[in-house]
Design a protein around this ligand. Structure first.
Ligand code: HEC
Length: 130
């Protein structure tokens, strides 16, 4: 019985193309998480204000610390010189543990240690910052 359940779960996973390493985030959930965990310091819309952290419009595909709306003076030297390009992989690394991924960063965020939280917020960022 267990075996049959396991096999059917696998078939469902195959049929929906759901593999853990490529889980798609949920934009709606991401918006809520962003509101609670990020919006105190960041806006996402074009021309949005910089708060403690830089406005994030256009951040996907941009080089860390180099966008026009960013807070020139407040970006850490480490961020500006990192050469990081923001994509799925780098955002996962940074948002999981900012200080470990980029020692010296001025982003005082403890990190989303759970991958589904990062998947959701990254999905939201992709849809809201372009
Ligand atoms: C308490 C304020 C604060 C919170 C909360 C915060 N950030 Fe930040 N964020 C910053 C600061 C400050 C920087 C600039 C860091 C640096 O230059 O080292 C930054 C930088 C960034 C960058 C790089 C921007 C660039 O111009 O290259 C991204 C992406 C980012 N934050 C996303 C997020 C997300 C997503 C969340 C929520 C999960 C979040 N931040 C939560 C303050 C914050």
């Amino acid at each position: 019985m267990r075996f049959i359940l396991a096999v059917s779960a696998m078939l469902v996973a195959l049929a929906t193309g759901a593999t853990p390493s490529h889980a798609e985030g949920n934009v709606k959930e991401g918006a809520k998480k962003f509101e609670i965990r990020c919006s105190a310091c960041h806006t996402v819309e074009q021309g949005g204000i910089d708060k403690v952290g830089p406005n994030l419009f256009g951040v996907i595909g941009a080089t860390a610390g180099k966008r026009a709306f960013s807070f020139e003076l407040r970006h850490s030297k480490e961020m500006k010189e990192s050469g990081i390009v923001w994509n799925d992989e780098t955002l996962h690394g940074f948002l999981e543990d900012p200080g470990k991924y980029l020692p010296g960063t001025k982003m005082p965020f403890v990190g989303f240690r759970k991958k589904p939280d990062r998947d959701d917020v990254i999905a939201y960022l992709k849809s809201a910052t372009k």
